[in-house]
Design a protein around this ligand. Sequence first.
Ligand code: NAG
Length: 461
Amino acid sequence: MASISRSSALQLLTLFLYALRFACSQPFIGVNYGQVADNLPPPSATAKLLKSTSFGNVRLYDADPELITALAGTGIGIVIGAANGDIPALASDPNSADQWISSHVLPFYPASNITLVTVGNEVLMSNDEGLISHLLPAMQNMQRALTAASLGGKIRVSTVHSMSLLSQSDPPSSGQFNPAHDDMMKKLLQFQRDNGSPLAINPYPFFAYQGDPRPETLAFCLFQPNSGRVDAGTGIKYMNMFDAQVDAVHSALNAMGFKDVEILVSETGWPYNGDPNEMGPSIENAKAYNGNLISHLRSMVGTPLMPGKSVETYIFALYDEDLKPGSASERSFGLFMPDLTMAYDAGLSKNSQTPAAKTPVVTPSPRPTSLGWCVPRVGIPDDQLQAGLNYACGQGIDCSPIQPGGACFEPNTMASHAAYAMNLYFQASGKNPWDCDFSQTATFTLNNPSYNGCMYPGGST
Ligand SMILES: *[C@@H]1O[C@H](CO)[C@@H](O)[C@H](O)[C@H]1NC(C)=O
């Protein structure tokens, strides 16, 4: 008898602790765990760290078995991903999807709470027609494999898009997907509707600010006091960029007849450090963005077009990724340091349930209201530059200046030709910050890249 009552007391205690965890963790707030780094703490330490925060979910870019195992029994929702390189096999061989599920899901589920499998990352922006045409069949095979394993409806299947999937987003009510992807998006969204899976997308107010570095834009991006922006289409006044971007996605879904498909913010964040020429990175701004975003999500007010609920959101990122190429900000999105201390206090600790204090408006030094030019980041390999160049020149812009005999042909390098094409595309497509993304290979500059007879359009509002 004594041992039975002891074990039921233990059970009660376990239930109590379980309930307590639910009281503190937020099912709609998650964090991205990128691993392009050589200084990450061991998976067990990361699992412990996650348990101490109010993150209810974590997103992995792959399916690291060690971290998935370390999260067993925590209840923390886990998003795992199949890489772009896996897509052709997943699409053409149904056994490949069965094998993927057998090795990446079945050994861990349900002890580890895997909730979503993302198939590919920013595939539609890759400009790789072979890959793009394989995306939906790969997702279908993944879904079929999950259903065959009796996990249909328990684990969802999606793919991740960059915000440049939208050709228009301002004002939010005019949001629309790039018509070049119309057919594909309709089929994809039909699949997602049929299977109850969310459209996963990466809105970054940080990039919006980089494209329009004015103090009032910064306040709008950081959820700080500002005069708001009225959407002329609806008369709705937006008070922050996050809501505006998410509602633009909602409008794009609506325009295509899929407003019932849920939106999942698979990445958003703000770097706390950057190169001297980068606009916006700082500890104050990162703390303001992430802290205020978390308060906003916790408040459950939702967005003007989707009131009363919070979009499932994954902050980028848990740690810095010290091996990422490109500008310094790319390596400075971490909320935590490798020694598990906070980079800054964004109000994430389980004990700090009070919303993060609003930080005062940070006024950056005055800058010209110039959008600048769009150029490749430093250190991007030629094949990726080529993909960006092909994409840009395939969208109806005039790339003849970088052909032999053209004013911008010399220097005849991939970097120079890609810079011309990326900038022209950015200038021609409405100067949305995400039109200067090219799968994260491009960035803004305030230095006019024009030279000799080669003119780069842009640079003034
Ligand atoms: C798994 O994670 C999801 C998302 O956070 C949550 O809603 C669900 O309750 C979790 N399941 C368990 C068994 O903890």
